[in-house]
Design a binder for this molecule. Sequence first.
Ligand code: NDP
Length: 332
Amino acid sequence: MSDTRTLVVSHAEVQRLLPMADCIDLMGETLATLTRGDALLPLRTIIRLPDGKNLFAAMPAVLGESIGAKVITVFPGNEGTPYESHIGVVLYFEPQHGRLQAIIDASSVTAIRTAAVSGLATRLMAREDASELAILGSGVQAMTHLEAVLCVRPITQVRVWSRHQQNAVTFAEQAHKRFGVPVESTPTAEAAVRGAHVICTTTSAREPILLGDWLAPGAHINAVGASQRTTRELDTAAVQRARLIVDRRESAMAESGDFLIPLNDGDITTEHIRGELGDVVLGRVPGREHPEQVTIFKSLGLAVEDIASARFIYERARSSGDGTWLEIGGLR
Ligand code: NDP
């Protein structure tokens, strides 16, 4: 019998169906597939809304046989409201007849898959003995990044800084309660970063909040927050002194202020990008060359990560009975 039903999966269901540890492995397979060339991934389309602050983004991709797109609004100004900064859906289609199989909450997918990619980068690039973690920012990505790094390194001390210190204090309390690891809030970003082995930058800052001068030898940075060509979280010195791996070369060349601002100032060259994370997964380039090297993984976020997550969630929901089936249409 022909089936036109579509599975709708909510935020809470995604959190159950996409465990961080599984998602880290899934992102490894996904980025390797992308780097091998078995994906169609145009640059995302971003519309800046008339208010000048907020964005509407469409991110389509084909990954192997999976077809899909993430469609979201990005409202950084949602802080202090009950709403997340990234809201929308991931649409997942099957390849035989092009049916829409799932509509999945995008906030939760984005929160988990972004941190999972950073977890993967940390696994492949950070020192094996990394035990001190600094997190800059205290929002949604900060919390999932803590979870991801705890999955891959023996972290015993976490320091968190946020622009509004009370947010860092609240984060530290919640994170300690949730994960059991000691989490301390610091009054400055420098105090969090000095001596840290792994640093995650997860802010909506438009100007650098992390300076290269603060970095200890051997530090690994997951640079996550800045995703436009005019904004950055890292200063030029941080980028200059590090081995730089990106999620995707073409995206970094078009969208990453962390890379493009020093490039356009003549402070680095395009060769500064040593490879994609998929190259590291495939063993084509090393993530780290020696224990004292500073490494950066620059994350922009890719639609293939959303589509792979959607496929995983859809398959799991079908066996667990999660989700709500809707008759949407599509038959002649
Ligand atoms: P949240 O709104 O939950 O948190 C934003 C954080 O940024 C808060 O901790 C806030 O600090 C801080 N912040 C905001 N403005 C500034 C500023 N000018 N200087 C310093 N800190 C600032 O957002 P998310 O956690 O969902 O996302 C964080 C960032 O990551 C965003 O820029 C987002 O676009 C990006 N992102 C990247 C993805 C990727 O794939 N690479 C995917 C998803 C998000 P406080 O509250 O103390 O003011």
